[in-house]
Design a binder for this molecule. Structure first.
Ligand SMILES: *[C@@H]1O[C@H](CO)[C@@H](O)[C@H](O)[C@H]1NC(C)=O
Ligand SMILES: *[C@@H]1O[C@H](CO)[C@@H](O)[C@H](O)[C@H]1NC(C)=O
Ligand SMILES: *[C@@H]1O[C@H](CO)[C@@H](O)[C@H](O)[C@H]1NC(C)=O
Length: 503
């Protein structure tokens, strides 16, 4: 489970050691500290692999003021005449309020100008220099897939399209189907979660995409390379590290000094980090975005990096979106650590949801909804200590991420598939995907084989239905994002997700 690994690597090292009394406890405590240091070292090594030395040594104070930014967003929303209050047909007034706020659709379906592209590329070189270092200014024009010849004379390629997500929604199913298309190539890193996982630099990605370029060279007009890594879409904190090196670079030495402080003065690591590290790391991240010439809240994210890498040849993007409540219930039963902790039952799910949504609401009161969804465990120790960092909740907030994606890769380069279509009409849905990807129309026999491939597994078969309390908490949480997804995509069926069954 990729997120598990990511969380362990980035966040696991921050667990505070506890005070001890007896000798046994002292020894255990020492072991804990040793383990903590080992984790810290592993964390540092992982970070060192991906971090580039910063060439800026200035210490301009940048104040992080979440409230001000939130107000900016709210007034922008209020000023947006495209907000349709009737669309916020939710039950409680709190939901309507946040629906109106989230309903401000600012993304446009237009290609960025050459100046904008140049700005993104310049920014990406500051945010993640390594990712830009290995890609060319332009791709070979005679090749359908974005490819180039590198300075050592090797022919290299980036994916032509991405199945960007979502887990427990049908992403795996659709990529299993697409694998059977004669034009579609896969390679060692097709599923390696390059954009969504730490510790994988661009050099690694390209090195693990060495077979596909040979096949593309043989058939440059037709063959295309697929990336199907379901962590690409939702760039919440654990999956968004590539755009937040500034945070990691500040957090690493601060965390180390807190561990040393604990060994010497017995100041708990958590207290030390609360006093010193979180605000400083966030401030450093904001400063990095400012140096890059981009807005921290709306621009300094993975979509900017993806677009910068591709320049004027944006990739085609596919998202399979499923009712976020059904998606979460499947994830809960699919990953043993969730139901292992809260109980493999519908009431266990309710306990999990109550805790997670509660933690998110607490966070929102201090930092605002968007920041809590995007940066949750990076904001403070309180959030960091929430079990699994509420990330499964964020994955269903499709519109939060899609709006930012659209800013860099316009809507015409996206196909948002309603998972019901994939499950109930796989053949017709595949035909749409083929048209969208502009790949060869397969013959009937191939289409049948593709339609039959990648059958969905059900993790919730035989389980009780979601309890009303969990359903209500989640419906309130997801309503504004569902409404916004309907607006962004023009598909009113996403609004139907707000009509949850009353039990
Ligand atoms: C070019 O690609 C080859 C083959 O993947 C690789 O070994 C080499 O390091 C690359 N050269 C540069 C300059 O990136
Ligand atoms: C850090 O941020 C938190 C939450 O916004 C705030 O309560 C605290 O005062 C800040 N600390 C400093 C030193 O700025
Ligand atoms: C579709 O692909 C063909 C080559 O396979 C290319 O010539 C054509 O321009 C593409 N169409 C679009 C709209 O990109």
């Amino acid at each position: 489970m990729s997120t598990y690994v990511t969380h362990r690597r980035i966040i696991g090292a921050h667990k505070p050691p506890r005070a001890s009394n007896t000798w046994t406890e002292k020894i255990l405590s020492l072991l804990l500290v040793a383990a903590l240091i080992c984790l810290g070292v592993a964390c540092v090594i992982a970070l060192l692999q991906v971090l580039q030395p910063s060439d800026s040594a200035t210490t301009l104070p940048v104040r992080l003021d979440p409230k001000a930014s939130q107000q900016k967003t709210e007034s922008a929303a209020a000023a947006d005449t495209r907000v349709d209050p009737a669309a916020a047909s939710s039950t409680s007034s709190a939901v309507m309020e946040s629906a109106a706020r989230a309903g401000a659709v600012t993304a446009l379906d237009s290609e960025p100008s050459a100046e904008e592209l140049a700005r993104y590329r310049k920014a990406a070189r500051v945010l993640d220099p390594e990712v830009m270092q290995h890609v060319p200014d332009t791709f070979d024009s005679g090749v359908k897939n974005p490819c180039w010849t590198n300075s050592s004379g090797a022919f290299r390629c980036l994916p032509y399209f991405y199945v960007t997500g979502m887990f427990h929604a049908g992403a795996t199913s659709i990529s299993e189907k697409l694998r059977l298309h004669p034009d579609v190539l896969t390679d060692a890193c097709t599923g390696c979660q390059f954009w969504g996982e730490e510790g994988k630099p661009m050099s690694f990605y390209l090195e693990h995409m060495r077979e596909a370029p040979n096949a593309i060279k043989q058939a440059p007009a037709t063959k295309v390379l697929m990336d199907s890594s379901a962590s690409t879409f939702a760039f919440y904190w654990a999956a968004g590290g590539k755009a937040h090196r500034g945070y990691a670079e500040a957090m690493r030495p601060c965390y180390q000094s807190c561990v040393e402080g604990f060994n010497v003065h017995k100041v708990p690591v958590a207290d030390c980090m609360t006093a010193k590290c979180f605000n400083a790391s966030l401030t450093a991240d904001v400063k990095r975005a400012t140096e890059a010439g981009v807005d921290w809240d709306t621009e300094a994210h993975n979509p900017l990096l993806v677009r910068a890498v591709y320049g004027d040849r944006p990739p085609k993007m596919i998202l399979v979106a499923r009712d976020p409540i059904a998606r979460l219930y499947s994830a809960y039963h699919g990953y043993p650590h969730y139901h292992g902790k809260y109980g493999k039952s519908s009431s266990g799910f309710t306990a999990y949801v109550a805790e997670q949504v509660g933690a998110l609401r607490t966070c929102e009161a201090d930092f605002g909804a968007a920041r809590c969804a995007l940066y949750f465990e990076a904001l403070s120790h309180r959030e960091e200590m929430v079990y699994f960092h509420a990330d499964q909740l964020m994955r269903g907030m499709y519109a939060l991420f899609l709006e930012i994606w659209y800013r860099f890769i316009p809507a015409s380069n996206w196909l948002i598939i309603h998972s019901d279509d994939l499950f109930s009409q796989p053949r017709e849905t595949l035909a749409r995907v083929v048209t969208f990807l502009n790949i060869t129309r397969p013959d009937d026999a191939t289409l049948d084989r593709m339609a039959a491939a990648g059958q969905m597994k059900s993790f919730t078969a035989g389980q009780e239905p979601v309890e009303p309390r969990a359903r209500q908490l989640l419906a309130e949480l997801y309503a504004p994002y569902n409404s916004k997804l309907a607006k962004l995509t023009g598909d009113a069926r996403f609004e139907k997700w707000n009509e949850q069954p009353v039990q």
